[in-house]
Design a protein around this ligand. Structure first.
Ligand code: DQA
Length: 143
């Protein structure tokens, strides 16, 4: 089983960025945890991050051509704005789990809209880095 873990804007700044909300561990720490979990589950994982909407769309297309089985997707702020990322996920039809480190439902009004949710098999919020690991487990069951 092959999956992509895609992170959107500002998630490269984990550990620095608002640690009261996103924690004190870095993006590198996140990737280490994901890779260790994937290895244990015998899942092949490719982790990608971009601050650019179109690049995230390109990664979703790339996953399609690579024949991946699932996507763990934290689009960051693009969650609340991007129809392009929603359309990409719908276009490829790859099972996708939406992940947010923070509990978005308890935050500002503008975070209450998720465009990507309509194309996702599940949504995980507020579980910190563990949410990404849980998303991998969900994708394994979906396959
Ligand atoms: C986030 C929540 C978004 O609202 C925010 O813009 C992010 C991170 C999260 O992981 O909690 O960049 O997706």
């Amino acid at each position: 089983m092959k999956i992509y873990v895609l992170n959107g804007p500002n998630l490269n700044l984990l550990g620095v960025r608002e640690p009261g909300i996103y924690g004190s561990e870095s993006y590198t720490d996140l990737i280490k945890r994901i890779e260790a979990h994937a290895k244990e589950a015998c899942v092949s994982v490719k982790c990608l991050q971009s601050n650019h909407e179109g690049t995230l769309v390109d990664y979703i297309h790339e996953g399609f051509y690579e024949g991946i089985d699932g996507i763990v997707l934290n689009p960051g702020a693009y969650t609340h704005t991007s129809i392009a990322i929603l359309d990409a996920a719908k276009a490829v039809g790859i099972p996708t789990v939406e992940v947010h480190i923070s509990k978005v439902q308890e935050r500002e009004d503008f975070r209450q809209v998720s465009y990507i949710r309509a194309a996702c098999v599940a949504t995980i919020t507020g579980k910190g880095f563990d949410g990404y690991l849980e998303a991998i487990d969900i994708l394994e069951k979906v396959k």
